[in-house]
Design a protein around this ligand. Sequence first.
Ligand code: CA
Length: 489
Amino acid sequence: MKEEIKMENQTLMQYFEWYLPADGNHWTRLAEDAQHLADLGIRKVWMPPAFKATSNNDVGYGVYDLFDLGEFDQKGTVRTKYGFKADYLQAIQALKDAGIQPMADVVLNHKAAADGLEEFEVVEVDPMDRNKVLTEPFTIQGWTKFTFDGRNGAYNDFHWHWYHFTGTDYDASRNKNGIYQIQGDNKGWAHGDLVDNENGNYDYLMYADLDFKHPEVIQNIYDWADWFIETTGVTGFRLDAVKHIDSFFMRNFIRDIKEKYGQDFYVFGEFWNPDKEANLDYLEKIEERFDLVDVRLHMNLFEAGQAGSDYDLRTIFDDSLSQIKPERAVTFVDNHDTQRGQALESTVEEWFKPAAYALILLREQGLPCVFYGDYYGISGQYAQQDFKAVLDRLLAIRKELAYGEQTDYFDDPNCIGWVRSGADNQAPLAVLISNAQDNYKTMFVGPEWADHTFVDLLGNHSDQVTINAEGYGDFPVAERSVSVWGLTF
Ligand code: CA
C-alpha cells in the first residue's frame, strides 16, 4: 500500500488567443465554459488583460487605464475587446463557483494611448544598445500625460506625467520615432542588474515605460493592486513582460501581495528568455516568489516539431526550467505570442502538438498550461485546427492517472518513453513518442500487472499489450506519433 495521499494534478489554461473576435462576448463565453473547464481538471485560468487599452480591438497589452475594466467611456469605447466590467466580474465568479482560481494578466511595464502631450528633456539612445547615448539632451513632445478624463477620478485620482516614465518612442514635435530616454533627477533606465541585458538594457519595450524608481509610481501600483484584487476577487496574477521590469520592485510587490492576500495567491511571470542561467539568475533576484514560464521547453518543442526525425528526442528537456527548476516551471506548448503571425512566432507544428502536450501533461515536472488556441482552434488568416479531442483525452489521463513515480526511457534519439507508476493502487501509464518510423519499447510496469491487457488510451495504436510475468510490456508507437498505454478507464 502506498502511504502518500493523492494530490490532484493541477492544470492551468490560458483562456484566449490573439485573434479572438473583438465582439465583447469573451467574458460571457468564459463564464459559460467554467464548469466544463473544471470537469477537464483545469484548476487555474489565466484570463486576458481586462484593462481599457488603446481600442476595443486591443488584445490588452496596449494598456491605457488599469482602473477601467470596461466601465468608462475612454478610447472610444466603454467595453474592452472582451466585454464590460460586469461581465468580467461574472466570469471570475463563475470560475470560483466551479472551483477554479481566476488569474489576471497584469500589464505593468508600460502605458499606451496617453491623453496629452508634454514637453520634457530626453536623450536619444541606440535601439541596439540602450546604454549608448546618441545625442545631447534635447526637448521633445511626448505622449506621457494620462488624466483619464472619462473616469473622472473614480476609484483613484492619480494622473501620470513624463517624470513617471523612463522613456518613450515618439517625438510629436518632429514627428520622429526613436528610443528617447527621459532626463531629470534620478531618471534613467532601471539598473542593468534588474532588467534583461539584451540590447544593452531592455527596460524599454514599448509605449511610455513606467519608472519603478519613482515613489509615486510604486505607490500607485500598490494602490491599484489593492483596488483591483478587492474589486474583482482574482486569486492570481500572470505578470506580463517581467524581463523589462525592475526585478527589485517585482520581488517586493509580489512578496507584499502574498503577505496581504495569502500565499495561495498564485503568481507566475512571463520572463521571455530561453537561457538557463538567465532564468536561474532571475529566480534568485526575485527570491523565487513567483514561477516562470518555461520558454526553453517551448523552444525545444518548437525545434523538435520543425526538425522531425533529425531531432534528438533525448534532449527535449535540456536546459528547460522543468529540468533545472521544476517546482518553478509553468510549462506550455504555445501561447498568444508564439502563434502564427505574432511577435514571437514559434508555433509547435501540428503533427507534434499531441506529443508536446503529452510531454507537459503526463509528467511530474511543472505546472502545465493549455492554450485556448490549441484547445478550441484558431480561425482567420492564421488558422489552426483544434486539438480538443486529443486534449480531452490527455487532460482526463492527467487528472485521473498521471501520478506516482516516473521512470524515463530516454534511450533512442527518435523514440522516448516513460512510465508513471500510478497512485493509490491505480494502474500505471506507459507513454511513448516517436518522431520517425513506428517503434516499440520494453518498459517495466510491475509484476502485479502480469497478464493485464494495456491499450492506447489516445487510440493512436490499435494493438493490445499484455504484461509478462516479470512485469514488462512491449509497448508500440506508430510513425510520428504518441501513445499512452494503460488500462481502459
Ligand atoms: Ca520597463
